[in-house]
Ligand binder design. Structure first.
Ligand code: SAH
Length: 428
């Protein structure tokens, strides 16, 4: 037990602060000494420690009280959340500060006005140091966060309904593009763009019969091509690696040169939704973590004609491992990938669309954890360091982190599976 003055000294507080905390019920000592001094237990000391750190982070007394009531043992998490909120509040305040400074500057130049119209608003933003690009970003941010308020605000500036809708349209597009750009920036820095490993790729390949030298292979949605290179190491034939994002292909081209594989790997920029290949062009179509983009059924239907008779289709696909997924995981994927099937569902879909199943196996946890999520965590940390005050960037990072956290929690319930299929000669 700690006497009141002893505890106050330890935390650099005055005795009256602890008396105050007692009076308002924030920190009540559970004991009294013989001479009736207040005595605090070790857990009350711990509670005081939390109170002090929250005070330091700027949480007010009522905030602390509610955090302590709801937080249980998760105080650190709550604090982290609060700190993040503070960051957002600071940047919102800084924007306000810039705007007000701009207004003051304008007042100095031409005197105050009663209403803000479009011209006034634009000159205010200019005075606050914003260029056209920054203004467009402001609209994009406004549209993303509060579309209805954005609309009302534009009308309040005297802008016509038609122009307001036009501004909102490009704001929305800009917001979307920004998010896409960030995703690409993150994934371009990664050694692979989806879960997988050379070991798993080669295991899947070893479950197929061996291929003669003139075999033609398509690697679809190849990304920067980690699996393309693994396949090229084993197969004595040409692989066409297709993706619709040129920077990924460019990186694969560099790797191909470095590893002396230029006569084996050819990159091609194309969309899997409109593949520029004649029927029966390939003996083997490979696709890791990419067919979900088309949807599995459409993928099976559109790839089958590209295979020669008895050709093979090998892919990885996000798969439920259980009949009854935990609610939290089910809810997440209901938003993210509602078409996700279980193993049996995938096999049935393949058989129903003109394929025989040669085999299937789940990707081992290392192929997620070490080969994918570990570099992803590292890449995200670097990415956010470059953009400390960018709320779109933090949203992208939060989204990816949520997916990682969910996987870690529910890795027994779902994961990627490799499926090895062979084209059946008569469909259905
Ligand atoms: N196979 C790689 C990449 C998987 S991520 C790996 O496992 O590491 C999915 C890939 O599909 C990305 O490279 C993305 O650019 C590509 N992609 C997305 N939409 C596409 C489309 N419509 N056509 C072709 N590729 C596409």
């Amino acid at each position: 037990m700690y006497r009141i003055t002893e505890l106050a000294n330890q935390f650099g507080l005055s005795r009256s602060t602890l008396l105050y905390y007692d009076r308002i019920g924030l920190l009540k000592p559970s004991g009294r000494s013989e001479s009736n001094y207040r005595c605090y237990s070790p857990s009350e000391k711990e509670r005081l420690e939390s109170i002090c750190s929250m005070r330091q982070a700027g949480v007010d007394i009522e905030g602390i009280r509610s955090i302590l009531q709801t937080a249980g043992d998760d105080t650190t998490e709550v604090l982290k959340r609060r700190l993040a909120e503070i960051g957002n509040e600071i940047s919102a305040l800084m924007t306000k500060q810039r705007l007000i400074a701009g207004m003051l500057k304008l007042q100095g130049e031409g005197g105050p006005r009663n209403t803000v119209d479009k011209d006034m608003f634009v000159s205010m933003l200019r005075a606050a140091g914003m260029d056209d690009n920054a203004m467009r970003k402001l609209h994009a941010e406004f549209e993303r966060k509060e579309p209805a308020a954005h609309h009302a605000f534009l009308l309040s500036l005297g802008i016509s309904e038609k122009e307001a809708l036009h501004i909102r349209k490009w704001s929305a597009d800009l917001g979307r593009n920004q998010i896409m750009d960030y995703f690409y920036e993150i994934y371009e820095a990664m050694p692979r763009q989806g879960p997988g490993s050379d070991k798993a790729t080669l295991k899947a390949l070893s479950m197929l019969p061996s291929f003669p030298p003139d075999t033609s292979v398509l690697d679809l949605g190849c990304g920067t091509g980690s699996q393309t290179v693994a396949l090229a190491g084993q197969l004595d034939c040409r692989i066409t690696a297709v993706d619709n994002h040129w920077p990924f292909l460019n990186k694969l081209q560099e790797t191909t040169k470095q590893k002396g594989l230029t006569d084996k790997i050819e990159v091609k920029e194309a969309s899997m939704l409109e593949l520029p290949f004649a029927p029966e062009s390939f003996d083997l179509i490979w696709s890791e973590g990419a067919l979900y983009i088309m949807g599995m059924e459409k993928a099976l239907q559109s790839l089958r004609p590209l295979l020669r008779p008895c050709g093979y289709l090998v892919y990885t696909e996000l798969t439920w491992f259980t009949e009854n997924p935990p609610e939290e995981a089910a809810e997440f994927w209901k938003q993210g990938y509602p078409a996700m099937l279980n193993v049996e569902g995938n096999l049935e879909l393949a058989r129903g669309n003109g394929f025989n199943v040669i085999g299937h196996f789940p990707l081992p946890v290392e192929a997620w954890a070490e080969e994918y999520y570990l570099p992803l965590k590292h890449t995200l940390a670097q990415f956010i360091k470059r953009r400390p005050d960018d709320s779109t960037a933090s949203e992208v990072v939060d989204q990816i982190n949520a997916e990682i956290d969910l996987f870690v929690k529910f890795q027994d319930s779902y994961g990627y599976c490799f499926y090895m299929l062979q084209k059946k000669e008569t469909a259905h």
